[in-house]
Write a protein that binds this ligand. Structure first.
Ligand code: ATP
Ligand code: MG
Length: 206
């Protein structure tokens, strides 16, 4: 356990739709946990996803349970219900406000992929976001990221991390299930079984 920051805990926050959670998410969380010596990483499935209103998103309980299944074996991974239990669309500012109120002894590290990082300026109250957390932008295949993207942002509050390239997306996983193609080894075994048991993504319009 790290004692930098006056004994404060270091907690990663991995927000996402997780429809479904896949090994790209898990590797990114694991790499950032190790890189920053985080005490834990909290996965936070979104409630009603305002940026994805173009498609039907699976019920929050299914996305929550798949995330629990995927993270259960790792003692440093946790799952939070703050976003799915809050009414209305999920905004990262609310996630960070709720988590910092619940964990006043923690320094938060918000983990996000390059694609989401690029959109950060469109997020609600983005000035306050950087007061509440350090931001960790992870590389992701197909989404270039360099320092120039950070123009106008408080760079002392942002770190870009290269993680092993895993060209996995939830969109591709959903399409595969719909076409009866395998998702074994793209998502954890328990998640493959959960998708099958609950017939998720069958005839979905991704
Ligand atoms: P979708 O295809 O439905 O958008 P997704 O695979 O992008 O799903 P999200 O739930 O949208 O998954 O992503 C949650 C977070 O994880 C985002 O910050 C995203 O950038 C990041 N992320 C997703 N896939 C990867 C990956 N393969 N490598 C690194 N980061 C990833
Ligand atoms: Mg995405």
């Amino acid at each position: 356990m790290s004692d930098t920051g006056g004994g404060r805990r270091r907690v990663g926050v991995m927000g996402g739709t997780f429809d479904p959670v896949h090994h790209g998410h898990l590797v990114a969380a694991s790499e950032v946990q190790s890189w920053f010596d985080l005490d834990e990483v909290v996965f936070v499935p979104t409630g009603e996803p305002w940026q994805k209103s173009d498609r039907v998103v699976s019920p929050a309980e299914d996305r929550y349970l798949m995330t629990v299944i995927a993270t259960a074996a790792n003692p440093r991974f946790e799952v939070s219900r703050v976003d799915i239990d809050r009414d209305g669309p999920t905004y990262t500012i609310d996630t960070l406000r709720d988590l910092s109120a619940a964990m006043p002894d923690a320094d938060l590290y918000f983990i996000t992929g390059a694609d989401a990082m690029a959109a950060i300026l469109t997020w609600r109250d983005h000035e306050e976001l950087f007061d509440l957390a350090h931001f960790v932008g992870c590389t992701r295949p197909g989404h270039e990221m360099d320092q120039s993207m950070l123009e106008g942002l408080p760079t002392e509050r942002i770190t870009l991390v290269e993680i092993p390239a895993l060209a996995i997306s939830s969109t591709d996983c959903r399409r595969r299930v719909e076409k009866d193609e395998p998702v074994w080894y793209l998502v954890p075994d328990g998640v493959v079984q959960y998708i099958g048991k609950h017939r998720l993504y069958r005839g979905a319009s991704t």
